[in-house]
Design a binder for this molecule. Structure first.
Ligand code: UDP
Length: 329
């Protein structure tokens, strides 16, 4: 207990989720104490292994009061959000109420308790359809669905708040988070699963018959969509660096997290078939609405501002670590 009291405490909302839990692990390994709030709608209690856990919602004022009363929180990492693009179109209210409304409520507590440092889990969905590649942070923000808009609005709120109040933030705009903890302790486990790599691995394991490839007539080398896959451990490392910079007084900033390289859906399938030594049958189906042909990050700013570089994000390592995890769940 004495050790815990001396640790710098970081509130991690959504700490039971995929990216949040990988960040908690790295926070812990760097000597911080992650304090997780998660309503377990999409997260898993078993992922909370590196600090205290509060089972509940960030929209619950009393719960937040309790957490701030029980812990001297020095910074917040805010992951808690719904993140299904299709669902956000069908049920936007869920996204604006939870992602936006509850973040405003969280920020209220952050300001009341004078916590000056805030890391926000943002997304390349804030850019919308790319007008130039690779996408840098100056690219116009024109999100094309309520999910992306909810994240974009929070970025704008943070910008306004940081000018008016004693609050500095880093918005980290992720490209395609993928892979699993190289130690095999945590990984990606969504219900429902919509992401490409876990779906491919389900097919490789025989848990699904076929993968559906959404479109083969894109303007790319093989006709399938190209994405920038970044290992979740690299993402987590960038969060911890950004946090340390904020704690040392760095100004607010917005930074892309991607590798700068793109792989097509068919290339990912081919690599996964080789790593798993299993066939991955697929069929080409209609394009998924709202999918741009290519999304690739410029990570120049992340390299420069954070002194960060991806270390686990070659496609082979991403798929191998995901496979090591996936075949055990
Ligand atoms: N994709 C696919 N079949 C699937 C799921 C995804 O062809 O069952 C494609 C999707 O169109 C996109 C890429 O795989 O081009 C990555 O999709 P994912 O949903 O993993 O991430 P997103 O890019 O939507 O954040």
């Amino acid at each position: 207990m004495a050790k815990q009291e001396s640790q710098t405490k970081i509130l991690v909302t959504g700490g039971a989720g995929y990216i949040g839990s990988h960040c908690c692990k790295q926070l812990h390994s760097r000597g911080y104490l992650p304090v997780t709030i998660d309503n377990l709608v999409y997260g898993h209690a078993k992922n909370v292994r590196w600090g205290p856990f509060y089972d509940g919602d960030i929209g619950d004022d009393l719960l937040l009061e309790r957490v701030f009363a029980e812990h001297d929180i020095r910074a917040v990492m805010h992951f808690a959000a719904y993140a299904y693009v299709g669902e956000s179109v069908k049920d936007p209210r869920k996204y604006y109420t939870n992602n936006l409304g509850n973040t405003i409520a969280l920020l209220e507590k952050v300001l009341q308790h004078a916590v000056p440092s805030f890391i926000f889990s943002s997304t390349c969905a804030t850019y919308g359809l790319p007008q130039a590649l690779p996408i840098d942070e100056e690219h116009p923000r024109a999100p094309i669905n309520p999910y992306g808009r909810s994240k974009h609005m929070i970025e704008q709120i943070l910008s306004d708040y940081s000018k008016a109040y004693d609050l500095r933030f880093t918005c980290l705009r992720y490209f395609n988070a993928a892979g699993a903890d190289p130690d095999g302790e945590i990984g990606e486990d969504h219900t429902p699963e919509t992401h490409l790599i876990p779906l491919i691995l389900d097919v490789a394991r025989g848990r699904r018959k076929k993968l559906e490839v959404f479109g083969s007539d894109y303007d790319t080398d093989d006709g399938s969509c190209v994405r920038d896959y970044i290992h979740v451990t690299d993402l987590a490392a960038a969060h911890v660096i950004a946090l340390e910079k904020l704690l040392q007084g760095a100004p607010s900033d917005v930074i892309n997290l991607g590798t700068g390289d793109g792989y097509s859906v068919l290339q990912v399938i081919e690599q996964a078939a080789a790593i798993t030594a299993s066939p991955v049958p697929f069929k080409i189906v209609e394009r998924r609405p709202g999918d741009p042909a290519v999304l690739i990050a410029s990570n120049t700013k992340a390299r420069k501002q954070l002194g960060w570089k991806p270390e686990h994000s070659d496609l082979k390592t991403i798929i191998q670590t995901a496979w090591n995890w996936h075949r055990r769940i």
